[in-house]
Design a protein around this ligand. Structure first.
Ligand code: NAP
Length: 510
């Protein structure tokens, strides 16, 4: 396996070496993790991971078989039974340990993110550190909320005396299947692993193909922390090949998925199990006439172009009042010019998008807008998977980019003549993840927030998923359920009640 040293960021320990050496087979392929061990698949097949920057094969992972998936799920079932009997404080202790190991080894994991998904080097390190913090927070939050139950008495409901005491507690669901997307393969994996484990579940991870090696390194940190065999496992292979087998497997008791439309298909196929779906978005940014335009422009550029627009909560359409549109567009253009474009190792703002087919899709949206008369604020430029940042002004609703999620560094601006027009555009979308509004009038902001059919509205800031303990949810095609640490722990548990029946009513006296 060829290693290259990134020029500007010192990754002192390289991926697949040191404590991570056992992840790699003699042939240089990465193994999968089952029953507490790193294994080669019996399939004899591997899946190549193409570096988005070099467009050459960077790593290879195992193409796991259905039999191997069966074994992993059987082991997860067995391990969960004793894990559920492990005291909560001990579960928390192990999670804290895993978090510390993850943070200690942030560099080799970040190196994988740079090579597999072209994440800018500093952001890659930040993703790993944030993930460690998330795991620790899960441990702390779990200890609090799972350490409490409810006590109910029967005489509050008409017709009852106080003869029944009801005790409620939260119990694990069993085996959780976690499927994260390519853009945060570590953070969006631990956002499922942490809540699942603290709540007493076992977990099977199917990482995205681009990002699988970073995920395998992250899983090894849990291995090093000493979690019981089989409690956490990681099967690799293309989602299109093993995805259905995993999501329809009778041994799976809950699916937590983050990704695109694939989630809609999974929801239709999955059995009668709880689903947590965090899907795509077309986050609108509404700019009113009284907005602080400098603040809005800074947030539009950060929100629209960070990680080259490959974020579920990226600003994906700007809806600006016509009277301030010229001024806003000028300010945004001035900032777009300053974005650096190039390889992730150089920590550039704009790096190659994840695959060639993504780049082709983005180009299709740009060409459609061109043909229909959008104003190009910069020249459209592409080299391989690298697309230069592009602001498209005067976009109209008949253009695809007005509605579709480019997942790339291309941002449409639609000029509106009323707030109602902006809200109407936002609500006409199939998506409903987040949105934002810029105004100095808090009363208007609240009214607009209430009118926007999205899971979250940010006032005077770009949409964002974090901090990771905030509730995070999408309406319509953007998802099912709510994430965020507390919500995920609750989602991965069921309520169990025990009712004590008294022979005669008993009322506590003061
Ligand atoms: P994707 O194509 O839907 O893939 C997501 C995951 O599903 C990957 O691990 C993929 O594995 C797997 N998969 C593919 N086919 C499957 C199947 N039939 N059954 C089960 N799993 C299957 O999404 P992506 O391109 O990785 O990510 C981009 C999308 O994610 C965007 O739409 C973005 O908005 C969304 N996203 C949403 C959030 C949120 O929280 N709302 C956060 C981040 C991203 P392979 O890689 O092996 O195909």
């Amino acid at each position: 396996m060829a290693h290259f040293k990134p020029p500007n960021v010192a990754f002192t320990q390289m991926a697949g070496t040191g404590v991570f050496a056992e992840l790699v087979g003699g042939d240089g392929e990465f193994k999968y993790y089952s029953d507490g061990e790193w294994k080669k698949s019996c399939s004899g097949k591997s899946v190549p991971i193409i570096n988005p920057t070099t467009r050459e094969t960077q790593f290879k992972v195992q193409a796991c078989t259905k039999e191997e998936v069966n074994k992993v799920i059987d082991a997860a079932k067995t391990a969960q039974k004793s894990w559920a009997k492990t005291p909560l404080w001990k579960r928390a202790e192990l999670l804290h340990k895993a978090a510390a190991i993850l943070k200690e080894h942030r560099n080799p994991i970040a190196e994988c993110l740079v090579k597999e998904i072209a994440k800018p080097a500093k952001d890659a390190v930040t993703e790993v550190v944030r993930s460690g913090d998330l795991v620790s927070y899960c441990a702390e939050e779990g200890v609090r909320i799972l350490g409490e139950g409810k006590f109910l008495v029967s005489d509050s409901f008409p017709g009852n005396e106080r003869t029944k005491y009801c005790l409620t507690s939260k119990i694990p669901l069993g085996v959780i299947l976690a499927i994260p997307p390519f853009n945060y393969p570590v953070n969006l994996a631990v956002s499922k692993i942490g809540p699942a484990l603290i709540a007493g579940n076992s977990l099977v991870l199917k990482p995205p193909t681009q990002g699988a090696v970073a995920a395998l390194h992250m899983v090894h940190c849990f291995h090093l922390a000493g979690f019981p065999k089989g409690l956490i496992s990681c099967v690799t292979g293309k989602g299109s090949e093993i995805g259905d087998f995993l999501t329809m497997h009778p041994g799976i008791n809950c699916i937590s998925f983050t990704g695109g439309d694939t989630g809609i298909a999974i929801s239709k196929k999955a059995g009668m199990i709880p689903l947590q779906m965090e899907l795509g978005g077309k986050d609108a940014c509404i700019i009113l006439e009284d907005a602080d335009l400098d603040l809005a422009a800074a947030n539009i550029v950060k929100g629209g172009f960070s990680y080259s627009g490959q974020r579920c909560t990226a600003v994906k359409v700007v809806l600006v009042m016509d009277s301030v549109a010229d001024a806003l567009v000028e300010k945004v253009k001035a900032k777009v010019v300053k974005l650096t474009v190039g390889p992730p190792e150089d920590d550039c703002d704009i790096t190659p998008v994840v695959t060639e087919s993504s780049a082709n899709f983005i180009e299709g949206l740009v060409m459609d807008a061109k043909q229909k008369g959008a104003t190009f604020c910069q020249e459209y430029k592409r080299a391989g998977n690298l697309i230069w940042p592009l602001l498209l002004d005067n976009v109209r609703p008949d253009m695809r980019i007005a509605w579709e999620e480019p997942f790339g560094p291309v941002l449409p601006v639609i000029r509106i003549n009323s707030v109602e027009e902006g809200i109407h555009h936002c609500n006409a979308s199939n998506f409903g993840l987040q949105g934002c509004v810029f105004t100095r009038d808090i009363n208007k902001a609240i009214l607009i927030s209430d009118a926007m059919e999205t899971g979250t509205v940010q006032i005077n800031s770009a949409p964002a998923r974090g901090p990771d303990h905030f509730p995070f949810q999408g309406l319509k095609d953007s998802g099912i359920g709510s994430q965020g640490i507390t919500n995920s722990i609750n989602m991965m548990t069921k309520i169990k009640t025990t009712v004590i029946n008294l022979p005669t009513p008993s009322y506590t006296m003061g």
